[in-house]
Design a protein around this ligand. Structure first.
Ligand code: HEM
Length: 202
């Protein structure tokens, strides 16, 4: 039998369970969300603004849930950086009005494992954010969105939490903890899907 204690962070059981449970949810965001449009050559300023407004509405709930669960953040993991202020900076630049409070609240984490599951989704999304940033840099709207100062330009900095997160996930040892982490990760993915896919607010 495999000795879990000697697993590397990149292959830990917790990470494996998280990937397995969230794979299809990620695929929906990847292919069908308002973010996917940001990767298309014809992405317009209006597309960018729509995606930013929806993402801001989603992050209002995420920032608040993670702030409420701050006590579950292990000391070895960098504190969560709220994303909403960065999105609001983009929104203000366009002279738009910030989205109102979310229709859908997100439950705060209730344990160390559930906190890590939620951070997995947020910190993991930076991997995709880097892809989006590179695509926007080469797009026709690069100048009008001020691409080197826009929300997506922060992805590289936020990426620093990923290795620490993998190490903390690898320390989760029980089925109960893996389940708690995966359940919370799924709730966060579903939260984003509600705000970012065509069937949202239906
Ligand atoms: C168009 C939108 C998106 C694209 C193109 C995209 C793309 C990617 C890519 C390329 C990776 C890295 C895969 C790898 O290196 O193995 C990744 C990982 C990840 N993304 Fe996304 N992503 C998108 C949206 C999102 C969103 C909105 C979320 C969450 C709210 C998210 C959550 C994650 C997570 C958790 C991982 C880490 C997977 C792992 O290594 O376990 N992604 N994404």
């Amino acid at each position: 039998m495999r000795n879990i204690a000697h697993e590397s962070p990149e292959t830990s059981t917790a990470l494996h369970v998280l990937r397995e449970r969230t794979n299809s949810l990620h695929a929906r965001l990847d292919s069908q969300s308002e973010l996917a449009v940001l990767l298309e050559p014809g992405c317009s300023l209006a597309d960018y603004q729509t995606a930013t407004m929806s993402l801001a509405a989603a992050y209002r709930g995420v920032d608040s849930a993670l702030a409420k669960g701050e006590r579950y953040c292990p000391p070895a993991l960098p504190a969560y950086i709220p994303r909403l202020p960065h999105l609001l900076a983009d929104i203000l630049l366009f002279g738009l009005t910030a989205p109102a409070s979310p229709v859908f609240e997100l439950s705060a984490p209730s344990s160390n494992a559930s906190y890590l599951g939620m951070r997995y989704v947020i910190e993991g999304s930076n991997l995709g954010a880097r892809v989006i940033y590179r695509s926007l840099q080469n797009s026709d709207i690069a100048q009008s969105i001020g691409v080197d100062k826009c929300y997506w330009s922060s992805a590289q900095t936020w990426q620093l939490s990923w290795p620490a997160l993998l190490r903390k996930l690898a320390e989760l040892r029980t089925h109960k903890e893996w389940d708690e982490a995966a359940n919370s990760a799924c709730l966060v993915f579903e939260h984003f899907i509600r705000f970012l896919t065509p069937e949202k607010r239906s």
